[in-house]
Design a protein around this ligand. Structure first.
Ligand code: NAD
Length: 289
């Protein structure tokens, strides 16, 4: 079934960006949240992003309204998603919430529609268990900020049908993104490697191997990483990284993911990175110093 209509459930950080890239690619989009006000707030964030693109000369001014007109809002999941061939949920990272939403969608949308989750860590196979038609459930893991970051992890659960993977890949490419296909495994491809690097950098800092600045510089200049692992941890949030490390430590049963004492201590002290002004760096006006 050709995809022309897309519904996005959850109009927050990720949902508004997913709605934006789909609308910019020509799809009709319905952005759904718990209230119309929340959904409208998501559309307002899209408008701000588009203004930024116009200011940078990346978008013709006339295109802004064309894109915004493709996005409708709704506060009811079943009604809002009706008629969509692809529904992407981007509600908070809670298994029960996502399972309940997939169950509602499974019962209400067209039997051939694809149901995707933007989860960054939950098992797609476990989410499939919430549905009667698990073969149409897939992971589409976009990255923040969605309108800028080009990667999408396409996560194949145990039951995901090959036709669903192929249609999802076509959608991701049409939306201007680069997909990688990953089997459903804890941490997918990105978090598993990225978090490991950050944790090892923290252990090196604890052991006095080098300063935070020099560990980051080593990766930036020596390995051409755009940003060192400690600065990146500050941007993501140390609390977020600690949660993921605990989850991967339990799921993969590998001590490589055991949270270092320095991470536990900094989170307990409220040094969460950029959002609190202090992490491995001191942040003033958004700039690490
Ligand atoms: P967010 O809190 O910014 O947005 C979630 C939205 O879902 C909110 O607008 C909320 O009102 C809405 N919502 C909650 N319950 C709802 C319901 N029952 N029906 C409809 N809408 C509901 O969260 P986010 O950061 O956008 O994260 C969403 C998902 O994307 C999570 O699974 C997260 O793990 C994943 N993710 C986040 C990032 C990131 O950097 N923020 C990156 C990749 C993936």
């Amino acid at each position: 079934m050709a995809i022309t209509r897309v519904a996005v459930v959850g109009a927050g950080t990720m949902g508004h960006g997913i709605a934006q890239v789909a609308a910019a690619a020509g799809y009709r989009v319905t952005l759904i949240d718990a209230t119309r006000d929340l959904a409208e707030a998501g559309v307002a964030r899209v408008a701000v992003n588009l203004d930024g693109a116009i200011a940078r000369g990346k978008l013709e001014p006339a295109q802004k309204d064309v894109i915004l007109e493709r996005i409708a809002v709704a506060d009811d999941i079943a009604r809002g998603a009706a008629g969509a061939q692809l529904v992407i949920e981007a509600v908070p990272e809670k298994m029960e919430l996502k399972a309940a939403i997939l169950r509602t969608l499974d019962q209400s949308v067209d039997a051939a529609a694809i149901l995707a989750s933007n989860t960054s860590s939950l098992s797609i196979t476990a989410l499939q268990r919430a549905t009667v038609q698990p073969g149409r459930v897939i992971g589409l893991h976009f990255f923040n900020p969605v309108h800028i970051n080009r990667l999408v992890e396409v996560v194949r659960g145990e039951d995901t049908q090959t036709a669903v993977v192929e249609a999802s890949l076509a959608f991701v490419r049409a939306a201007g993104k680069e997909p990688v296909v990953v089997r459903d495994a804890p941490g997918f491809a990105t978090s598993r490697l990225g978090v490991l690097l950050g944790l090892e950098a923290m252990r090196m800092l604890e052991q006095g191997v080098a300063s935070a600045e020099d560990i980051d510089k080593a990766m930036e200049l020596g390995y051409r990483h755009p940003m060192g692992p400690l600065r990146l941890t500050d941007l993501v949030g140390l609390d977020v990284r600690l949660d993921i490390a605990r989850y991967l430590h339990a799921e993969l049963a590998s001590d490589a993911f055991k949270p270092p004492a320095i991470l536990e201590r900094m989170v307990a002290e409220g040094r969460l990175g950029r959002k609190t002004g202090h992490g491995f760096y001191t942040w003033t006006d958004g700039e690490g110093a």
